[in-house]
Design a protein around this ligand. Sequence first.
Ligand code: NAP
Length: 331
Amino acid sequence: MTGSPGTNPRQFLASHLFLKLPYPTKEFSGQTIIITGSNTGMGMEAARHFVRLNASKVILAVRTASKGLAAKKSIEASTKRLNVVEVWDLDLTSYDSVKAFAKKAKGLERLDVVVENAAVFKFDRELKEGNESTVTVNVISTFLLALLVLPKLRETGVKHNKMPVLTFTGSFTHADVKFPERKAMRIFEELNKEDVKLKERYEVSKLIQLLCTRELASQLDKSGKPGRVIISTLNPGFVATSIMRDAKWPYTWWLAFLKVVLSRTPEEGGRTLVNAAYGGDGTHGKYLDDCKIGTVSPFVTSEEGVETQKRLWAELSEILEKIQPGVVGNI
Ligand SMILES: NC(=O)c1ccc[n+]([C@@H]2O[C@H](COP(=O)([O-])OP(=O)(O)OC[C@H]3O[C@@H](n4cnc5c(N)ncnc54)[C@H](OP(=O)(O)O)[C@@H]3O)[C@@H](O)[C@H]2O)c1
């Protein structure tokens, strides 16, 4: 299950050194877009693109209002478009915050795109809502929000005869993990054990996210509910942001070096989010890489990967049902 960096190291290097990602030009006129983790990094730059591309409402879902307001100011200054950006509170370490956010989103007139972009890269163990915080933020809250906004996305699809998009910012690092916790009877419980190492936890969270996104897409295909929602995972590549803000020396030196020689800018990373937001039937259930359909790690499509996907989804569904009874019925 290795092959760092990502599924194809040669392609990774070539695309980071030579590929020019397409600059988004197709408009989002009239659309309402939610993007989580959009006060900084590629989330903010994607929001800037959405506003420039004429979206009607762009909701910055952030955990610190002052940072969200600063992002809004910056976007308004560069795009010269006012009354488009809204800043809403969302803290993925709190299920109540996720529920309150989703309740507010229910009141929207329409919801065309949700980009689940917020994530943490932790080096120390910390519990949030009873789970290790990487799992809480990058997986549980992320899918709680996904299932809670599904009805509004569907409703928009039916009303406007279109296919709204729910996309997740994944990572090439999903391919770089051993993920021994998958062998346990209960994977989420294993991930929560104090003696289980946090090394590779971020990468594992991105693998779990990818598997659960694929399962969600397949479950939606079987659901008889009206309205088709496009589900995808996007890989932005290696982007110079502050995602590894908690990293320690000597890792920090290595990162600084990589940022200089290899990384994409947050604006370039933002293009990959916008590309995924365009959606389209062909992207449903897919992993998008370099703004096109990419290749997942061999584990993901292996027999064991598919079985792990089913087990993870069953466990995650149980967890989500405890947090919000009935939520899995939104599929
Ligand atoms: N940078 C890369 O090379 C890279 C590569 C592959 C994938 N990604 C993925 O890209 C996405 C965006 O990351 P980035 O690189 O742009 O890093 P970033 O600048 O650090 O952005 C992460 C965002 O997530 C937010 N966030 C963290 N914890 C949160 C919480 N509990 N509730 C709500 N929001 C929370 C952060 O808010 P605060 O500012 O308040 O902390 C920030 O807005 C992430 O999913 C990351 O895993 C990044």
